[in-house]
Ligand binder design. Structure first.
Ligand code: NDP
Length: 396
């Protein structure tokens, strides 16, 4: 018996609520968010009074604690925004609740991605005997679990890791983001950064790029950007000599992004407009399509995986492990597109790994620190089958 509280009722929260509600290991399920009406709509679609709902301001520890004391969850699945990670972790410590999220903490006034803020909770979670599971979406999330699986079964040493993320879907809009626009634009407009020979190498945004081939999709221009799982993976796999993250972008998307930046709409600092303080990127979010609304007309697939080179039994080996997810199939099952689906399924599965006692420990953990086998055994049946290829041309 395990009581799960999901916080955040966006695209990802919709998928997490459905998957957790369908899993009998969870005796009680609650979905809470800033706007209760959104939780009610998701709960009504699931039906059968399985999911309770509540309003909560996740920026406010006292508000969170009031809810935690009333519902008494065993685990909180945080799929609100990265800004809320620390307040939710604080409330978990105060009320004795375990924690899982899909994105590392970011301060609102600085587009800065690193685990230091959440890793600083290590001793406090340890002292309370609570588990905090960080970054359990697809990337971060499954990409790190794929790496752990490769290290466990196929390599003595991993030397080169290239995480490749292709979204070859078409939603028919001139410009839209696949998850929260504010978080997405902050992520993709930052400088590129990758790890090489013990150091971080910084590049201009989208400076390094090349065409890569993706299974069932074909060739797509792919760009080196910084992504948070690189930080924990190079720490947990010290044999890595180079780790990079590649993401595909279409020319149309990049042109829109450049214009948005050039005209100041990507600014994250407040400005005064008609006597009211607004943050340009938050205003932009309000006029861009809601990522949840893209699903109905989204066609094509995502393909995300890890391309790895290293040593096994004294010989060099290459290995490619990936999942392809179809936007239309994701929409048919959950009413959301593949990006919400590929994030929500691993988050719900991570929570069930904790509920089954398979992923436990006192402290703060990145997902690659747990056993990848039971997670990957269930990932396919949950809708995200994965494929392995050995001794192939990695192109990177
Ligand atoms: P959405 O913007 O669609 O949903 C976020 C939800 O959080 C909304 O329901 C929002 O409420 C709620 N929320 C925001 N602030 C608060 C607050 N202070 N208190 C309570 N609720 C709040 O985002 P997505 O569903 O697209 O993404 C959710 C998370 O998943 C993000 O953190 C994102 O970074 C992460 N993600 C991770 C990926 C991975 O692979 N690891 C990939 C994609 C996303 P309201 O409805 O009122 O706005």
């Amino acid at each position: 018996m395990c009581k799960a509280l999901i916080i955040g009722a966006g695209g990802v929260g919709t998928v997490v609520a459905q998957k957790i509600a369908a899993n009998p290991i969870f005796s009680d399920v609650m979905l809470a968010s800033r706007t209760k009406a959104k939780c009610d709509a998701i709960a009504a679609a699931i039906g059968g009074d399985r999911v309770k709902t509540a309003q909560v301001d996740a920026d406010n520890v006292a508000d969170l604690c009031e809810l935690f004391r009333a519902f008494k969850p065993d685990i909180v699945v945080n799929v609100a925004l990265p800004y809320q990670d620390l307040t939710i972790m604080d409330a978990c410590l105060e009320c004795g609740v375990n924690y899982l999220d899909t994105a590392n903490y970011e301060p609102k006034d600085e587009a800065h991605f690193e685990y230091s803020w959440q890793w600083a909770y290590q001793e406090r979670f340890k002292e309370k005997g609570l588990t905090a599971i960080l970054g359990c979406g697809f990337d971060p999330g499954v990409t790190a679990i794929f790496t752990a699986y490769a290290a466990k079964h196929h390599f003595d040493e991993i030397h080169y890791l290239d995480i490749v993320d292709c979204n070859a879907g078409n939603h028919g809009m001139a410009f839209a983001t696949n998850f929260n626009p504010e978080i997405n634009i902050r992520e993709v407009t930052q400088k590129g950064r990758y790890y090489e020979n013990g150091k971080w190498v910084v590049t201009e945004p989208h400076e390094i790029h090349k065409p890569l081939h993706y299974p069932e999709i074909g060739e797509r221009e792919s760009y080196v950007i910084y992504h948070e799982e690189l930080e924990s993976l190079v720490k947990n796999y010290p044999t890595i000599k180079r780790a990079r993250f590649w993401m595909t972008f279409g020319q149309e998307y990049l042109t829109h992004l450049r214009v948005i930046q050039n005209i100041g709409m990507a600014r994250i600092d407040p400005i005064i407009y008609n006597g009211v303080e607004i943050v340009p990127i938050q205003f932009l979010k309000a006029v861009l399509p809601d990522p949840k609304s893209l699903g109905a007309n989204y066609h094509g697939q995502t393909s995300i995986g890890c391309r790895i080179r290293g040593i096994k039994d004294g010989k060099e080996r290459t290995y490619y492990i990936y999942n392809n997810c179809d936007h239309e199939k994701a929409f048919q099952e959950t009413g959301t597109q593949a990006v919400s689906f590929t994030t929500g399924v691993p988050a719900a599965l991570g929570a069930s790994m904790w509920a089954k006692g398979l992923w436990r420990g006192a402290g703060v953990f990145n997902v690659e620190e747990f056993d990848p086998d039971p997670f990957l055994a269930e990932l396919g049946p949950q809708g995200l089958p994965w494929v392995e290829k050995f001794d192939v041309d990695l192109e990177v």
